[in-house]
Ligand binder design. Sequence first.
Ligand code: ARG
Length: 424
Amino acid sequence: MAEPSSGHTRTAGYEADPAEVRRVLLLYSGGLDTSVMLKWIQDSYGAEVACLTVNLGQPGEDYAAIEDKAKRLGAVECHVVDARERFGRDFLVPAIKANALYGGGYPLFTALGRPLIAELAVERARRSGYDTIAHGCTGKGNDQVRIEATVATLAPELRTIAPVRSWQMGREEELAYAREHGIPVKGGTEVAPYSIDDNLWGRSSEGRWIEDLEHPPEDDVFQLVTRPEEAPDEAEVVTVEFEAGVPVGLNGERRGLVDLLERAAEIGSRHGVGIVDQIEDRIVGLKVRDIYEAPAAAIVLTAHQELERLVGTIHQNQLKPGLDQKWGYLVYAGLWWEPLRADLDAYMDAANAQVTGTIGLKLYKGGVRVVTRSSPNAVYDADLASFAESNELFSQAASPGFIELWSLQSRMAYRIRQRGEEGG
Ligand code: ARG
């Protein structure tokens, strides 16, 4: 058999040996890169290629068209899996309980989606006897780490190939290859499109002018969220109800998670909420600028965090953000399967057992502000907080004694330092 012209030599044990690639499962989006890959793998490896396309709630995606395109480009089969429920239950719920954000503003939708996509690929490959999983990530980003770490962890017997990382095609060459092989290219070919990734939990754009840090966002990048300056002049209050940390209702109506998040995204989008323009430290050394649109996350995470603080004690509330940050970093960094994440989840579940109640948020021209809170578990007593007469839990008469001991060490140290200054 002819050696593939990828010019690639294996570095890691999980990478495919070209001579042994027979049946490939390609993670297929229907875009230019993965469509070129679909042909290119057949040609250069002489391998059979099947496609897997995962629905994680990408708005407006036409899955029938993707399946059709895959078949026309020679895929032996194309599986489209609706994994929205599983994504919500197994990935977004833990993320909500951990108030998961990376770099202060990115709700991790891509980082949460990749391990599930790779896990589904592993399941499919095992069931249908594929030996190799192919994906379209480049060598510069985080997604290659998330996908390959997942495959290598869950299925040591499987191999991966990442043609975009190893072939030396630029965009022009890819377009030429596409033309030559009858691969339809949607849209104009003059301007490279933004690099988009999206699902139920948000949407990211990279590339083009976004790489120029001095360039303010151009209007056309916002395809999900209304630009705040164009949002309605009337504010809207939305309420989110939680049970044990899981969102279960919106505006007083009980909803399943997927439905609730889709609805929250719609309301948030209308009011321009969830836009983040962020410079991020990638796992792979480089920094990157992303434009995020995450309206559902802006609503649900803001509400969750508020409710959690209301039901937590000062000690719990001081500890949790550090654990949240650790959780978010592990997930960002492609280590979804790391046991520490499961250990942290056990704490998140324990803390969230109390997170039941309803938060009201006011949405207005890009802003989300908490306006109402209620919970049966609130560590808050309106009588205690007021200057009412003392009751059995708290006597105001005891306060001076508390203050004397509370400030004791600070007062002693202050005095000693002063004496030192006077003596010197
Ligand atoms: N910077 C984000 C992350 O690393 C978003 C990546 C989006 N991925 C993409 N292929 N466009 O999770």
